[in-house]
Design a protein around this ligand. Structure first.
Ligand code: PSV
Ligand code: MN
Length: 427
């Protein structure tokens, strides 16, 4: 483990008595509403959201990238950073890899992940960039390209991701492509979609029985006029065409501003096609900001749907939770820890909703009290529950405080030279 356990213990001791007092007060408050705080704390302990391997590096904008201190040089450094996030928050037990960014010998990857107590989540394929020595360019598309050899190359890449994932113990492939067009008339939108579907059917055919395939929609970027999987409707059509193992992945940033994402969640789930999430936050577009940093109420409302679905469907309802963010002005480890805790917070707040009262207010058309019922849960400060859960799991009551005290970033920067040189573009 990269952070000394006695440092965590010392840090915990400094805030434990205040936390215990807050926990007791919250316990009494919840008890008055017949809610058992111990049961909620266990629930918090069972929660997990996957870390995107690419999130531990400094991201960038379309204009520039400003590298951070001690950035991971390769996937093994990334796994070290992800291990720290899990060690302190105990809410991120898995890592989602992106191929070829994270290409490495699978046995070495497995060994490294085990050494930092992590498992592998969904695999992500990348046919939105050209790699050196690649035969066919993706400049004009990948899985939907006019040229069959380019499509075949993209299909093979996805199948290779499945193969790598199989040896790592992953159980899902997420496919997001940048294919589309920048000018009206540039592509035949119908034929392009047909080509995409045909290629995806080939990828789907290579999917093991116990795997899932997530299709991820995104409204625009890098294609700015039309995008092949532009919305949840297209994503739903694709997942339905492919079959049972295919479902839709909702990246919170991939919608027009003000779109009602929680309603999309409800719709997809209603028809059995809600596969999972890429959590992040946004103000204007696909901003890849930290989860819960702009609109925590929306995150809560998404979880309100998810908790309701869990109550209806029980253990059969297992959407995949991942973060997908880009960190430009913060230490990525701090942002990812804070984001994981925000997602966990929304999950616990949504678990507080008085569902019987809500259902009755809905039946009575009492819009005001229905809305108040949600607000009451959202306004509850569940910090003591999250903190106590981390303490019980061996993590830090205050992960960011403990991380800063550990000087982890300064320590790794000694062995990881600064990545210099200008490079633009979000990764
Ligand atoms: C695209 O913007 C996206 O959300 C997809 O999930 C990619 O795989 C990821 O970002 C990384 O660039
Ligand atoms: Mn995403």
């Amino acid at each position: 483990m990269r952070i000394a356990s006695d440092l965590i213990q010392k840090n915990n001791l400094s805030c434990q008595s205040a936390m215990e007092a807050d926990y007791e007060a919250l316990g009494e408050h919840l008890h008055r509403n017949s809610i058992d705080i111990a049961q909620l704390t266990r629930r918090a302990g069972q929660f997990g959201v996957a870390i995107p391997s690419w999130g531990v590096g400094t991201g960038g904008t379309r204009f520039a990238r400003f590298p951070g201190l001690g950035e991971p040089r390769h996937v093994f450094d990334k796994l070290d950073d992800c291990g720290v996030i899990q060690q302190l928050t105990c809410a991120t037990p898995t890592v989602s890899l992106h191929i070829p960014w994270d290409d490495a010998e699978p046995n070495e990857l497995k060994e490294k992940a085990a050494s930092v107590e992590l498992n592998f989540d969904a695999m992500n394929s990348n046919t939105f960039q050209d790699q050196t020595e690649q035969r066919h360019s993706y400049k004009f598309g990948s899985l939907s390209h006019n040229d069959s050899a380019t499509r075949e190359q993209a299909v093979e890449h996805n199948i290779r991701c499945i193969e790598i994932g199989k040896s790592l113990g992953s159980k899902a492939l997420t496919v997001w492509v940048g294919d589309g067009s920048n000018f009206p008339g540039q592509t035949h939108m119908g034929r392009q979609f047909d080509r995409y579907l045909d290629a995806m059917k080939q990828v789907y055919a290579a999917l093991p029985d116990d795997w899932q395939l997530f299709t991820e929609h995104k409204m625009y970027e890098p294609a700015f006029y039309s995008t092949i999987v532009q919305d949840w409707g297209s994503s739903y059509l694709i997942a339905s065409e492919l079959g049972e193992k295919a479902s839709c992945l909702v990246d919170l940033g991939h919608h027009a501003p003000n779109v009602n994402i929680e309603m999309i969640v409800s719709r997809l789930a209603r028809f059995g096609k809600l596969g999972g999430f890429h959590f992040n936050d946004s103000k204007y577009g696909d901003d890849d900001l930290d989860s819960g940093s702009i609109d925590p109420y929306r995150l809560f409302l998404v979880f309100n749907e998810l908790v309701e679905l869990e109550l209806q469907q029980g253990d059969a309802f297992q959407p995949a939770y991942m973060l997908d963010q880009s960190h430009n002005v913060t230490d990525p480890i701090e942002s990812l820890m804070s984001s994981a805790m925000e997602v966990q917070r929304a999950f616990i707040q949504a678990s507080l909703v008085d569902r019987e009262a809500l259902a009755n207010y809905q039946l009575d058309n009492d819009a005001l009290m229905a809305s108040q019922t949600l607000k009451q849960a959202f306004r509850t400060n569940v910090d003591p529950i999250l903190q106590f859960s981390r303490l019980q799991s061996g993590g830090a009551i205050d992960p960011i405080g403990a991380y800063r005290e550990s000087q982890y970033r300064q320590t790794v920067s000694a062995e990881r030279p600064l990545v210099t040189g200008a490079s633009g573009g979000i990764v």
